[in-house]
Write a new protein. Structure first.
Lengths: 113, 112
């Protein structure tokens, strides 16, 4: 069975600090997909990134970067120079196909001005 | 392009009542799913569909029914509401296996 662990339930940082959100997954499949979503206080779920299991390249998008390491089954998310608008719950998710997507319980990030 | 729409945004039911949560997408996506979100539990899959006429159960299907008669619509039916079904419900759609899921705005349901 697939599983996603987000061990950090809540993180608080001061604005402009860097912060890394951890995601560890379990799967027996060789083909799978990983996602990060952001849920701001307004409640909607915003897609951030999708990565397939054959693409281990790290990705950077502005202040956001993702580190995918198959050797440790991790897909960590780093926010550089955090801002108050980054305050949200962040979800990591895993899909082995047929849309049976498993979500982690989420990490609540609070950025303090 | 409206994306994924859900109605209603809020709903209060009494125990034993039935209702249907509506979900529609205009992106011609094959795959649609229903999730519920509860504090401390992330999002849990209720039912999903890989195309019109095809549905399957997710992790927490009990007490819910779905059907998919068109590509666009994927309604979720609560047969006899219970307080344990108090939750926020999200509908999502995607274009295929491993595709990015796009979520609707959610329905906040309270069962008294």
């Amino acid at each position: 069975a697939q599983k996603v662990t987000q061990a950090q339930t809540e993180i608080s940082v001061v604005e402009k600090e860097d912060v890394t959100l951890d995601c560890v997954y379990e799967t027996r499949d060789t083909t799978y997909y990983l996602f990060w979503y952001k849920q701001p206080p307004s409640g909607e779920l915003v897609f951030l990134i999708r990565r397939n299991s054959f693409d281990e390249q790290n990705e950077i998008s502005g202040r956001y970067s993702w580190n995918f390491q198959k050797s440790t089954s991790s897909f960590n998310f780093t926010i550089t120079a955090s801002q108050v608008v980054d305050s949200a719950v962040y979800f990591c998710a895993l899909s082995e196909g047929y849309q049976k997507v498993t979500f982690g319980i989420g990490t609540k990030l609070q950025v303090i001005p | 392009n409206a994306g994924v729409t859900q109605t209603p945004k809020f709903q209060v039911l009494k125990t034993g009542q039935s209702m249907t949560l509506q979900c529609a997408q205009d992106m011609n996506h094959e795959y649609m799913s229903w999730y519920r979100q509860d504090p401390g539990m992330g999002l849990r899959l209720i039912h999903y569909s890989v195309g019109a006429g095809i549905t399957d159960q997710g992790e927490v299907p009990n007490g819910y029914n779905v059907s998919r008669s068109t590509t666009e619509d994927f309604p979720l039916r609560l047969l006899s509401a219970a307080p344990s079904q108090t939750s926020v419900y999200f509908c999502a759609s995607s274009s295929g296996v491993g595709g990015t899921q796009y979520f609707g705005p959610g329905t906040r349901l309270t069962v008294l």
